[in-house]
Design a protein around this ligand. Structure first.
Ligand SMILES: *Cc1c(COP(=O)(O)O)cnc(C)c1O
Length: 359
């Protein structure tokens, strides 16, 4: 049942390519040797290039899900002397607020709706902050923020700028240097289209300076940074996922670089949106990323019923929301190994479900 062939449009895990699956089918190798150090170096180099990280940036590889990346960044870079402005536009923003609470980091819960914060300067509370924290793509609702405008604001106010880019890397543009970003958090199972289990924290020199002693054995960045010099991690890394990451970064290069992957995601997302205009569905937000389309039924149907009908009747997996949004929205991911033919399966299923002809 769990391995049955579904068409996957969920925002993580996403559809993986045959090339990546083939790496996963092999014996996991031993890793405390120079061969594996070279894999780590290649992954680090590829990631730093992909986000246009400033000279001297470093990558920390954690064997954990993305939330560990979020939490460990707060633990290793912030303390009670800080005051963080946490953009909260949904479930993932709320998670950063909880993390700050958990670690007693002074912060403001900056509740945001219906804006991509291109005017953050006027919207932000007029307090002094040391840090700006945002989920570039708030995946719970499919909302993309204006990273560049926020970076300008952060720089002007001398704030450390932390961006969780987990659900927009490879599908939407991110440029650390152009947007003055100090920290990028990435994870394997979204745009990178790998299995879950590997999380990467990219630290610019401005963030490396702030790495402090921390009361944690496993999430101690200083330990990762000193081991990273020899291409190793303090503890067993997600060896196979790192091999898959190396392959994936090479695949992105072979396909023309990350700009080409972003253009392709944009094309697929537009194709999907243009081909469902006859259906009683509307976009939930005007600030959609290429990574995902979030839809609201306009005919009074429950979003959850649509999700269930697609799964049961068409073997198509889209993503429901929980809580109050359960009946109001569902989400369609365009991340991963997508093309128009694959996307057509969902477009056709939706038309068949509504008994509306596609053309
Ligand atoms: C998926 C996701 C995460 C990480 O969630 P995990 O379940 O811990 O991997 C973090 N931030 C955003 C924006 C995400 O979409």
């Amino acid at each position: 049942m769990i391995y049955e062939d579904y068409y996957i449009f969920t925002p993580g895990p996403v559809k993986m390519s045959e090339e990546i699956l083939a790496v996963g089918a092999q014996q996991t190798p031993y890793f405390r040797n120079s061969e594996f150090s070279n894999v780590t170096y290649a992954c680090e180099k590829g990631l730093l290039e992909m986000v246009n990280a400033p000279e001297g940036s470093k990558v920390i590889f954690l064997t954990a899900s993305g939330t560990a990346g979020m939490e460990s960044v707060v633990m290793n870079l912030l303390n009670k002397e800080d005051n963080a402005l946490v953009v909260n536009g949904g479930g993932f923003g709320g998670r950063f607020v909880k993390i700050c609470e958990t670690h007693d980091i002074p912060h403001s819960d900056f509740n945001v709706r219906n804006t991509n914060l291109s005017d953050i300067e006027t919207l932000a509370p007029k307090e002094e902050y040391s840090t700006l924290i945002v989920n570039a793509h708030e995946t719970s609702v499919g909302h993309l923020y204006d990273l560049r405008a926020m970076g300008t604001y952060a720089k002007k106010n001398e704030m450390l700028y932390i961006v969780d880019a987990i659900s927009m890397l490879v599908t939407d543009p991110l440029d650390m240097q152009a947007s003055n970003i100090d920290v990028v958090i990435a994870s394997s199972q979204k745009g990178l289209a790998l299995p879950p289990g590997l999380t990467m924290v990219i630290l610019a020199p401005s963030a490396l300076e702030k790495v402090q002693d921390v009361k944690s054995l496993y999430f101690n960045f200083k330990d990762y940074l000193s081991n990273g010099k020899r291409g190793q991690t303090p503890y067993t890394p997600a060896v196979t996922i790192m091999l898959q990451l190396e392959t994936r970064l090479a695949q992105i290069q072979r396909r023309g670089g990350v700009a080409e992957s972003i253009a392709s995601a944009e094309e697929i997302a537009s194709y999907f949106r243009e081909n469902i205009t006859k259906l009683p569905l509307k976009a939930y937000t005007p600030f959609m990323p290429n990574a995902m389309t979030t839809l609201t039924p306009t005919d009074g149907k429950s979003a959850m019923d649509i999700v269930n009908a697609l799964e049961e009747g068409y073997k198509v997996m889209v993503c429901p929301n929980g809580g109050a949004e359960r009946d109001i929205i569902f989400r369609v991911s365009h991340m991963g190994d997508m093309d128009k033919a694959y996307t057509d399966v969902l477009i056709d299923a939706l038309h068949d479900y509504y008994k509306i002809a596609r053309d």
